[in-house]
Ligand binder design. Structure first.
Ligand code: 523
Length: 131
């Protein structure tokens, strides 16, 4: 049985990485994540990521690299994460989120990440481009 894939992006801009606070469902609300969502049939991971970030944040992004690994979510779902570059737009919490925050080097512990996002967040912060 194949797990369904949830994609998420570590979006970089000006030497910082974007964190998003979930507003739903109740058991996840208030926790912070790398924004993203479920892969739809026929999409590549990169295509799903670009679509989800457009829908949820109103921005255009370019995927950079996949962070190696895959993390279990609710039964039947796994999380895959890419780094991405902000191409245009200013991120806004249009869906699923009620707050956004840009984190610079050393600031990743400033927010309460979902447990399942933490390994990818740590690696994405290590890869944070300077400037
Ligand atoms: N996660 C998660 N971390 C993370 C994301 C993007 C998602 O743990 N960085 C979990 C949260 C949900 C599931 O993955 O249990 C689906 O994510 P969601 O709700 O953001 O996916 P959508 O937006 O595709 O969901 P629908 O609105 O239900 O289609």
């Amino acid at each position: 049985m194949n797990d369904r894939v949830v994609v998420a992006g570590a979006v970089y801009d000006q030497g910082r990485m974007l964190a998003a606070r979930r507003s739903a469902p109740p058991e996840l609300a208030g926790r912070w994540e790398l924004p993203g969502g479920k892969l739809e049939p026929g999409e590549t991971g990169e295509q799903a990521l670009v679509r989800e970030l457009r829908e949820e944040l109103g921005v255009e992004t370019e995927p950079l690299e996949r962070i190696p690994g895959e993390w279990p979510l609710a039964p039947g779902y796994v999380l895959r994460v890419w780094t991405a570059r902000l191409v245009s737009g200013v991120p806004a919490p249009l869906q699923d989120h009620d707050e956004l925050r840009w984190l610079g080097p050393g600031e990743s512990d400033a927010v309460d990440w979902l447990d399942q996002d933490r390994p990818a967040v740590a690696e994405a912060m290590r890869r944070l481009p300077t400037g």
